[in-house]
Design a protein around this ligand. Structure first.
Ligand code: ADP
Ligand code: MG
Ligand code: ZN
Length: 490
């Protein structure tokens, strides 16, 4: 069997099984066990102290805000927050880890047994969350700068001690697309509850993927490879597709998957063996004697539960109900909390009848411009109130939809109010019957065939006539009036 043939058959012969470990930075101002700042982009080693540098005698003190955020995340993901969780030392040597161990949680994690729901074309699917634990991040090694310019590596400990939650999924994901949706959903939920921005480019979210294959219908899991170094959602998807093919071809060819850690090489699009997978006992986990067990405060948990905001899935459903949007539009608009807030402010300014128009403008026109300019919705030069005003001008007939889009383009460039632009540019729609009738008559005279088609019942022909009038009026004739006048002349 050729290898192409095997690759094509792989999806039929093997079931892909994926479990993800996501590390997300909590939005605290200071580190998890000391008062150093967590700000991004500061001069190297500026935000360090004896605690996060692991100097002898320094003692960690747990950041209460980190606990609060871990609680919010756990509740949003349906996890049970344990009354007691225990910090443990995960021991290994690497120069980015000044203490020689990472403070994490092992036997008694912060919370467990949750889920999140991913939206798939065939409907929603629940993915189990196995556990969430609190831990600190390591520092950062600057090999590239070091080795190219200096002949040795540099270490920046600004990140060391940054609070993270590790979110371990169940091995419930069955395709790279599901893994992608899981990450998008996780990011969206954590943003909604204000726990993490999950910006992968800033290192605020990292992900490891555990991958195995098995014959469909078999319950036992196959041997897994763990893929590291996945620093974008796109890379996760590509690495999983590659790894599925690699494992399928390997087993089809008579080989077997070995348990190992692999690295994704994004440039070549392949995973490469890094080391045989470490086992838990390699880390010599033990409870950290410097930290007392963490007791959950039931009042805090109850208060935070009550404060859990509307989550993306609920908001999506509400958008379809309240504004009559399609599932797709509602999904686009609710993926990011700030975007959904923007949309709702725009509808408030534009009135409920403008909800669909605004969904279209925000979800395609504006989002397209924002993406092209690489800016977020918060920095949009068009405010939601002004977008709402523009929708009103469309609704009261001042503007045709074509003119409204032109005004929107000008609003983007100038940041001006739509009313001012309409006056300035003389863009007001022409609703004067006499003027429109002049264009209609000219258009009908020039398009005898379209007129004949329309008379013969070919309704589509009216489009050609309307188009011709629009051209003559530079897009300013009122479309409803054009139609009315054409029909009156048939
Ligand atoms: P560790 O990576 O520390 O050994 P776990 O054993 O808890 O941790 O597993 C981590 C992740 O790997 C989880 O998301 C789990 O669902 C997933 N996983 C475990 N075994 C497999 C497997 N055979 N195939 C795919 N994913 C797996
Ligand atoms: Mg792991
Ligand atoms: Zn510090």
């Amino acid at each position: 069997m050729s290898s192409e043939r095997q690759a094509a058959d792989a999806a039929v012969d093997w079931e892909l099984v994926i479990g993800l470990e996501g590390h997300c930075q909590l939005k605290t101002r200071s580190k998890i066990f000391c008062g150093c700042a967590t700000s991004f982009g500061d001069a190297p080693n500026r935000n360090t102290c004896p605690v996060c540098l692991g100097l002898p005698g320094a003692l960690p003190v747990l950041n209460a805000h980190a606990v609060e955020l871990a609680t919010r995340a756990s509740l949003a993901l349906g996890c049970t927050v344990h009354n007691t969780s225990v910090f443990a030392r995960k021991n290994y040597f690497y120069p980015d880890l000044p203490k020689g161990y990472q403070i994490s949680q092992y036997e008694l994690p912060f919370s467990e047994n949750g889920f999140l729901e991913i939206a798939l074309p065939q409907g929603p699917r629940r993915i189990g969350i196995h556990r969430i634990h609190l831990e600190e991040d390591a520092g950062k090694l600057l090999h590239a700068i070091g080795s190219e310019v200096l002949g040795h590596s540099l270490a920046d400990y600004n990140r060391a001690g940054t609070p993270l939650i590790e979110i371990v999924s169940e091995a419930d994901l069955r395709s790279s697309e599901e893994a992608y949706q899981y990450l998008v959903t996780l990011k969206s939920i954590l943003q909604y509850v204000g726990v993490s921005n999950c910006d992968m480019e800033k290192g605020e979210m990292r992900c490891d993927a555990n991958v195995s294959i098995r014959p469909p219908g078999r319950a036992a899991l196959g041997t897994r490879a763990e893929i590291k170094n996945l620093n974008s959602f796109r890379n996760v998807k590509d690495a999983l597709d590659y790894e599925f093919r690699r494992q399928s071809e390997l087993v089809d060819g008579g080989g077997s998957v070995v348990q190992e850690t692999r690295l994704f090489d994004a440039e070549r699009g392949v995973t490469l063996s890094m080391r045989s997978k470490e086992e838990a006992h390699d880390y010599r986990y033990f409870p950290d004697p410097d930290l007392v067990p963490l007791r959950a405060d039931p009042d805090l948990v109850e208060r935070l539960k009550a404060e859990t905001p509307e989550l993306p899935a609920e908001r999506r459903t509400r958008f379809t109900r309240q504004y009559g949007l399609t599932d797709y539009d509602a999904m686009v608009l609710t993926a990011e909390r700030a975007l959904a807030d923007y949309y709702e402010s725009a509808v408030e300014a534009g009135g409920p009848n403008s909800a669909k128009t605004l969904a279209h403008w925000v979800g395609s026109d504006l989002l397209g411009r924002l993406n092209a300019a690489k800016i977020g919705i918060m920095d949009s030069p068009v405010s939601p109130r002004r977008l709402g005003e523009l929708a009103r001008l469309l609704e009261d007939g001042t503007l045709s939809s074509k003119l409204a889009k032109e005004v929107l383009a000008k609003m983007w460039e100038t940041g001006s109010a739509p009313k001012e632009l309409v006056e300035e540019l003389g863009m007001t729609q022409v609703t004067d019957e006499g003027r429109v009738a002049g264009w209609v008559e000219a258009a009908m005279a020039e398009n005898a065939q379209a007129v004949a088609d329309l008379k013969a019942g070919k309704e589509a022909a009216i489009g050609r006539l309307v188009g011709s009038v629009m051209k003559k009026s530079a897009g300013k004739a009122n479309p409803a009036l054009i139609q009315k006048l054409i029909r009156a002349r048939l």
